[in-house]
Design a binder for this molecule. Structure first.
Ligand code: FAD
Length: 433
């Protein structure tokens, strides 16, 4: 009987340390260097952040998503989930702990598919936290449907030459290299027509046309780049994995990325629930505290119920990833977590915002940003609708049609069978149909 919902005491100690460390040392970074997490470290930021990273390393919590052979602790996904729900409270925390998206996913695919030279050049600095990367897949005319991607890479002697447009390449402006998905065999089917390339950001021909910001951010100062690749020439060894493998590589990358977002979302939603409860206990109106109003109690109960279900599901999914060590086998669960995540965060943040009254909708409280974050979670790494299709297909695979005119659970037939089974114990009248 191995269902066990307890954390090893040794690891719990680490989590307790991380919890206090994030609160006291990391969350303040969000208030002084907001939006600078992906700007390479220099000057004052390096003086503050390098020692914080060293403290994380001393605790053995640096880059724990990776195995020891890659410089991580090899703790696995379940332990990472417990850590990530702490880190999810703060945008800076994943950077200080060496496990920030999109670099985690990018590191993972280089670890899986990269050559020795590619690992030396890109993976090691990524793992050391000394380099940022960008994943350049989505195009202006297509995101969820890879069969509509048009960016081309054409072989020219010993080189590849890339031409096309990419949209929403996060952190491209500060990344040292881009992972570009491009069509190399237009005649092949969707799963085999594209390849992936590791392209240094300073390669001639790469132009960031706009740095698109999310709602509320200043125009053209965001972190999601619209990029034109114009005759970008790269050597043959810039190919990651084999020709035509981009689709398969993308699946490896996105599986981990999606569940890591879900883990961090637990932390953010918990933060919203904590704020909801504090406000409910602190504010009095119409003769009683908000915590005594049934509507508000309903908000708290619904939020707790949503979060508790989501958290257990994410932890179970993480456990399954560790058990099978194969994202494909856990695809249905990862997609399910991805579907549920925006709603859980949205609903809890919305209720917390409402209970804070006017203050809740100001830029002096974080609720609007959380709600915007929920909207982002419904799109980044694929829209909710597409994941629902995946889940439905996987669920249907576990079922089969009936050839009969009536459903298998049609009660009259089942009743007749039951009566026949127990006919000797039923009197004639009961036994007859
Ligand atoms: C904050 C953020 C960061 C991102 N970072 C990156 C990044 O680093 N690199 C990168 O390459 N991309 C990135 N993306 C892009 C993201 O992967 C795409 O936005 C996503 O795949 C959807 O593509 P799209 O925006 O083109 O929407 P579309 O594909 O045009 O879809 C639009 C809408 O159509 C509906 N829809 C689409 N397909 C279906 C379907 N099969 N069935 C039913 N309805 C459907 C959905 O409502 C969907 O939201 C990021 C996006 C966001 C919001």
């Amino acid at each position: 009987m191995a269902w066990d919902f307890e954390t090893d005491p040794d690891y719990q100690e680490k989590l307790d340390w991380a919890d206090a460390f994030v609160r006291d040392e990391v969350e303040p970074l969000d208030l002084v260097w907001e939006h600078e997490q992906f700007v390479p470290l220099d000057g004052a930021r390096r003086k503050v952040i390098d020692p914080l990273k060293d403290r994380v390393r001393e605790q053995g919590l640096w880059a724990t998503h990776l195995g020891p052979e890659l410089g991580g602790q090899g703790h696995g996904q379940l332990k990472l989930a417990l850590l990530n729900e702490i880190l999810g409270r703060s945008p800076w925390a994943p950077i200080v702990f060496g496990c920030q998206a999109p670099d985690t996913g990018n590191a993972e695919i280089i670890a899986h598919y990269g050559s020795v030279d590619q690992k030396r050049r890109y993976l090691q600095p990524l793992l050391d936290g000394e380099m940022f990367s960008s994943y350049s897949m989505t195009e202006p005319q297509a995101g969820a449907d890879p069969s509509r991607f048009e960016t081309r890479a054409v072989r020219d002697g010993d080189d590849w030459v890339i031409n096309g447009w990419k949209f929403f390449s996060s952190n491209a402006a500060t990344a040292s290299f881009l992972i570009v998905m491009a069509v190399t065999d237009p005649a092949a089917d969707t799963h085999n027509r594209m390849s992936m390339f590791l392209v240094p950001s300073d390669t001639p021909g790469i132009e960031i046309v706009r740095n698109v910001g999310l709602a509320g951010e200043p125009m053209n100062e965001g972190s999601h780049a619209l990029i034109e690749y114009r005759d970008v020439r790269i050597p043959a060894d810039a190919l990651l994995g084999g020709e035509g493998q981009a689709f398969a590589i993308a699946q490896t990358r996105l599986g981990g990325g999606r569940i890591h977002h879900a883990m961090r979302t637990i932390g953010l939603a918990q933060r919203a629930l904590d704020m909801l409860c504090e406000r409910a206990l602190s504010r009095t109106t119409a003769g009683s505290r908000l915590s005594e109003k049934q509507f508000v109690q309903g908000y708290i109960a619904d939020s707790y119920a949503q979060l508790a279900q989501f958290r257990l599901f994410v932890l179970h999914t993480a456990w399954k990833i560790d058990k099978y060590n194969d994202y494909k086998k856990v695809r249905k669960d990862i997609a399910t977590a991805k579907i549920v995540m925006p709603t859980v965060l949205h609903d809890i943040a919305w209720r917390a915002m409402q209970v804070h009254g006017a203050l809740g909708v100001t830029n002096e409280m974080p609720f609007f940003r959380m709600i915007a974050g929920a909207a982002v979670m419904g799109l980044a790494d694929g829209p909710t609708e597409v994941h629902k299709v995946t889940v439905a297909k996987q669920v249907l695979r576990e079922h089969s049609p009936t050839d009969d005119m009536w459903p298998t659970e049609w009660i009259p037939r089942k009743q007749a069978a039951a009566r026949a089974k127990f006919s000797e114990f039923l009197d004639d009248e009961e036994g007859a149909l």
